[in-house]
Design a protein. Structure first.
Ligand SMILES: [Zn+2]
Length: 227
């Protein structure tokens, strides 16, 4: 009788142990089941800004792929608006750029995304200007919180002295899904131009954006992690 009782106590304890492991493993992924659209700007016929044969569209895609890896590592379900050097316009679009952006918006909606991140590279005539920065549209309350969370990480991780700004560009004023436009740095600045092409720096950018997203979700969804 005692033996039987002992056996059932052990069984209950074992169940509790397995259950607690499951809770811990679920908690250890702070982006678990968060659906994120990573949107590398430009592509195909649209190279974005450039310096000689260094094209913004190519660097955007490289950083976006690093970001996809990093977000997936933390449990997010990640989609990308493009994975190759293509633009999303159709042969029937009379305005190609508008068609391209419209389909990016459709993808964000279709995939039921919790948030999106557009990746771009900046250019300015004054080549001393540098630093990653985040732009947002005021269409909802979340965008500014997300922008500030990522900007805080850029200041901390990448020494950026830039600040968040608003944008009224077509893509960002036409979706209420939380999201921001990340300008990863200036192709016009010689030092940053070199850095932006390096895999190590691209990884650093991806980690910084990911940490910013995690901190944003902590603020808005009460998740436990702070990075
Ligand atoms: Zn761009």
């Amino acid at each position: 009788m005692l033996k039987k009782k002992f056996k059932s106590i052990v069984l209950v304890m074992l169940c509790l142990f397995i259950f607690s492991i499951q809770i811990i493993s679920a908690q250890s992924l702070p982006l678990q089941d968060t659906i994120i659209m990573v949107d590398p700007g430009h592509g195909g016929r649209d190279s974005g800004t450039y310096y000689g044969d260094i094209l913004e569209k190519d660097i955007n895609l490289e950083i976006a792929k690093e970001l996809e890896k990093e977000l997936t590592k933390y449990g997010a379900i990640v989609y990308m608006t493009r994975k190759r050097d293509v633009d999303l316009s159709s042969i029937y679009d009379s305005a190609k750029k508008r068609g391209d952006l419209y389909r990016r918006l459709l993808l964000i909606k279709e995939k039921n995304c919790d948030l999106y991140i557009s990746i771009h590279i900046n250019w300015y005539d004054d080549s001393t200007l540098k630093g990653a920065e985040v732009l947002y549209n005021s269409i909802n309350k979340e965008n500014k919180v997300l922008a500030q969370s990522i900007m805080n990480r850029f200041k901390k991780d990448l020494n950026s002295n830039r600040n968040i700004k608003t944008t009224d560009l077509y893509m960002y004023r036409n979706t209420t899904t939380p999201g921001v436009l990340v300008e990863c740095g200036y192709l016009s600045n010689p030092v940053e131009r070199t850095l932006l092409q390096e895999e190590e720096y691209q990884k650093k950018l991806a980690q910084s954006i990911t940490n910013g997203i995690i901190n944003y979700l902590k603020k808005t969804k009460q998740i436990k992690y702070v990075l």
